[in-house]
Write a protein that binds this ligand. Structure first.
Ligand SMILES: [Zn+2]
Ligand SMILES: [Zn+2]
Ligand SMILES: [Zn+2]
Length: 138
């Protein structure tokens, strides 16, 4: 578990309870973004059960603290991934099976300057997701 995560929790006035630690460890180790339901099952399999409502609550809290990013927003199945220690990136999701793959690139730099020049906004963040059909589903 990266120290930065624990520090951020403390700064947000949250304790790293055993249950939260188990949840975060699964998220840190997961290569793919996970839904609350998937985390719920994984925690149960790891003999560290957490009821689904509590999983949702903890994810909302971690999201608020900026520790996790929500991805795959279009299909009503929000998935979360740990933000700390991972470079800024985007995602592509399969319309068939819902699988999400990281795209380790960001084409938005130029566009951000354009948007700032046009709107005088200071752009803080952006989201960009791609959708298509994975090799198994196409
Ligand atoms: Zn697929
Ligand atoms: Zn990702
Ligand atoms: Zn980007």
């Amino acid at each position: 578990m990266p120290d930065t995560i624990i520090e951020r929790l403390r700064a947000g006035g949250k304790k790293l309870t055993k249950a939260r630690k188990a949840l975060l460890e699964i998220l840190v180790q997961s290569a793919l973004p996970m839904t609350a339901a998937e985390l719920h099952v994984r925690l149960r399999n790891a003999k560290k059960p957490m009821d689904l409502v509590t999983v949702y609550r903890n994810l909302a809290m971690l999201h608020q603290l900026g520790l996790v990013t929500a991805v795959g927003l279009h299909d009503g199945q929000i998935r979360y991934e740990v933000r700390h220690g991972r470079a800024h990136h985007h995602h592509i999701q399969c319309r068939g099976c819902g699988k999400i793959v990281d795209l380790m690139l960001c084409p938005m730099k130029k566009l951000t300057s354009l948007i700032e020049a046009q709107t005088k906004f200071a752009v803080e963040s952006h989201t960009l997701e791609f959708f298509g059909w994975c090799p198994q589903c196409r």
